[in-house]
Design a protein around this ligand. Sequence first.
Ligand SMILES: NC(=O)c1ccc[n+]([C@@H]2O[C@H](COP(=O)([O-])OP(=O)(O)OC[C@H]3O[C@@H](n4cnc5c(N)ncnc54)[C@H](O)[C@@H]3O)[C@@H](O)[C@H]2O)c1
Length: 270
Amino acid sequence: MPSLNGRVAIVTGSASGIGQAVVRTLADRGASVVVADINGPGAERVAAGIVADGGAARAWTVDVAQPDQIRAMVDGALSDFGRVDILHNNAMAGSPLDLDVVNLDLGAWDLAMSVNLRGYLLGCRAVLPHMLERGSGVIVNTSSNSGLSGDLTRTAYGVSKAGVNALTMYVATQYGRRGIRCNAVSPGLVMTPAMEAAEALSAQDREIYQLSHLTPRFAYPADIAGYVAFLVSDEAEMINGQILCIDGGMLAHTPSYAQFLVAYGDRGDA
Ligand SMILES: NC(=O)c1ccc[n+]([C@@H]2O[C@H](COP(=O)([O-])OP(=O)(O)OC[C@H]3O[C@@H](n4cnc5c(N)ncnc54)[C@H](O)[C@@H]3O)[C@@H](O)[C@H]2O)c1
């Protein structure tokens, strides 16, 4: 696996789930990491675990929707580690009131836009001047397949992720020639501990997702983390401005695929 020795990475939303797996993987590959999250105690726990395993990490409590807090986070990383090579915008806030277009609560819309989209813009704005000065830097944004296709609910979330996809291309386009790479990872369903909880996903939900999955297992945070570690490495130098689905093929087939599977079974041998 490509080494990240000497690199400094900030990962937002890394007190849990995908972000936690990313920050641990980057640290395992030699990067010094800032575990940034609105959940301060959670970030402290993750950073302490990395340090206990011999890695370099510090926790930072941040609300990514707040420009001053994002700037302070980047300044803190610069003062602790001297540079920032990698930013992974990954934090996400959702609301049970994020419904279909007619019924969604406007507060849920504003929350999604301020954390999931504006927060990513603020992250980019805070690190880019430093990265541009040095002539290099890598940004990864966590998007979602919900930003690439429609759904019956979670409208604000999906629209915020579509915005993340556009932001990714704009950052790559505006700064790529000055040494900046910016890509988005677009997971389908990822079995984080929260997602594994019975109340998050019923047995029926799992079955429905399973039908659309081409890879015959669900993704886990480590699957996303391994990919992010590759994307931020020098081996991915030619990947810029891309939205990369890591979804077991969920978006790779015609929408009727799952219904055909139910109606006719797996016709792989036909
Ligand atoms: N799990 C999935 O199935 C899945 C699928 C597609 C995309 N994603 C995306 O992956 C990313 C991580 O999701 P996850 O499933 O690990 O969720 P998660 O809830 O485990 O992690 C999100 C983290 O963001 C933090 N956070 C929330 N608001 C914040 C704020 N204002 N400032 C800073 N931190 C904040 C939370 O405290 C939490 O630690 C998100 O961007 C999400 O949209 C997840």
